[in-house]
Design a protein around this ligand. Structure first.
Ligand SMILES: [Zn+2]
Ligand SMILES: [Zn+2]
Length: 432
């Protein structure tokens, strides 16, 4: 096939056999989110690039290399906007919250989005796609630690209701604008004499984003990270109390969590609670989230506490498969209608009955293209239908149909076949 007729590199089709996983996740997440009082929102796939640039951090890889950004066509005055495909979900939701004055509603405003596509122009590699989909929740306008526990408890409930086991939560607090600046000074003091032996990336981080020093994966810097001062030992009183309360409340949600003092977020608007969900078996990271009390302000809004998470649906599907969890398959038809004579009257009767069943809300099928009697019965069998509804010569003459009970099981039901009047067919199937 010519290259232009293939999906773009890093993009993929989600075919019907994969859909039951999607429906399972969507149904489960929607139900649980509703239990916790979250309401659905959808934001546009394209936004002004500045929406993402401000929240993803100027100079970060996401903004500089990974966003799909382009200049829109110019208007009559020759002005144009630089717009981007959404790389993550939170920025658009916060933008919508401010734009629609949702801060005037009772707070917090609790929102979720479902299966929204996200785009990052990552290097093509196994398992990494440039388009992926996220389910996410954002609770805006309230700083109560009860919300932090609630949002983590909710996500834990979603994972467990999906049937996943060995899910753990790693939790940390990264302080706020009151205590973090002092901590960063402490961290820089600690690193200053070590910089000569640090990797190049860490030398850049030291100036640009010191918190990310703790994110370094380079072996040569691991001992330095292990001995570095911890933000959790340097929280102000209010942050410490918030952190303690989140942990106390998490126990009410039966969430198995551990403190991981190395979880950091490199952007200033993140505050206090940060968390990661992992699958314990091989420590696969499932998703992250955290509090971002400073984000609304960078959009010019007033101080608005917020907390949320985004879950990559493809990643959860991988974990479901890895743990051997299978979603319910598409249901088989209730009935498969077959006709034994290749004449228009028979085809008409089969079509009419199929339509009648479907209109009554029953899944029904029949074959196409005037196949032989044998081929049609084979199709009926393969479809997994509960009943074959047969229109043969006798049935046509008598105004009846024969209903064959197809479901495997006792030989008695296998062979069971009754001839009934056409007008009672629907009732028969509904009551069978
Ligand atoms: Zn390093
Ligand atoms: Zn603090």
């Amino acid at each position: 096939m010519p290259e232009q007729y293939k999906a773009l590199q890093g993009f993929k089709d989600i075919l019907p056999d994969e859909q039951p996983y999607w429906r399972l996740i969507e149904k489960t997440a929607t139900e649980v989110a509703s239990l916790y009082g979250f309401q659905r929102i959808e934001t546009p796939i394209l936004e002004d690039t500045t929406v993402f640039r401000r929240t993803s951090g100027e100079g970060t890889d996401v903004v500089e290399k990974e966003m799909y950004s382009f200049n829109d066509r110019a208007d009559k005055e020759g002005r144009f906007q630089n717009i981007s495909l959404r790389p993550e979900g939170t920025a658009g939701v916060v933008r919508a919250y401010l734009e629609h004055g949702m801060f005037k509603l009772p707070q917090p405003v609790k929102l979720y989005y479902m299966s929204l596509p996200m785009f990052r122009r990552e290097k093509p590699q196994a398992g990494r796609y440039r388009e992926h989909h996220q389910f996410g929740c954002e609770a805006l306008g309230e700083g109560d630690p009860a919300i932090d526990a609630e949002i983590i408890g909710m996500l834990y409930q979603i994972y467990t209701r999906l049937g996943l086991s060995n899910i753990r939560v790693n939790l940390n607090s990264i302080g706020d604008s009151n205590c973090r600046p002092q901590y960063i000074e402490l961290l820089k003091e600690y690193y200053r004499p070590l910089l000569d032996t640090c990797c190049d990336d860490c030398n850049v981080r030291y100036d640009k984003n010191p918190l990310r020093l703790l994110d370094c994966k380079n072996p040569q810097d691991q001992a330095k990270i292990a001995n570095a001062p911890r933000i959790t030992d340097n929280l102000c009183e209010a942050c410490q109390e918030h952190f303690d309360t989140v942990q106390r409340f998490l126990r009410f949600y039966d969430v198995p969590f551990q403190i991981d003092k190395l979880i950091v977020r490199g952007l200033d608007y993140y505050t206090r609670t940060v968390f990661e969900f992992t699958s314990e078996i091989d420590n696969v990271a499932l998703n992250g989230g955290g509090r971002y009390d400073g984000m609304a302000e960078i959009f010019g809004g007033s101080h608005t506490p917020g907390i949320g998470f985004g879950v990559g649906i493809e990643r959860v599907i991988n974990e479901l498969k890895r743990q051997g969890i299978e979603p319910e398959p598409e249901p088989a038809p209730r009935a498969f209608v077959v006709y034994f004579v290749k004449e228009p009257a028979y085809k008409d009767a089969a079509t009419e009955i199929t339509a009648q069943l479907r209109k009554a809300g029953l899944k029904a099928a029949s074959s196409y293209g005037d196949r032989s009697r044998k081929a049609q019965m084979k199709q009926a069998n393969n479809s997994g239908a509960d009943f074959a509804i047969i229109i043969g010569e006798d049935e046509m003459a008598n105004g009846t149909v024969s209903v064959k009970h197809m479901k495997a099981g006792s030989t008695e039901t296998e062979s069971k076949q009754v001839e009934i009047k056409r007008e009672v067919l629907l009732e028969y199937i509904l009551n069978a």
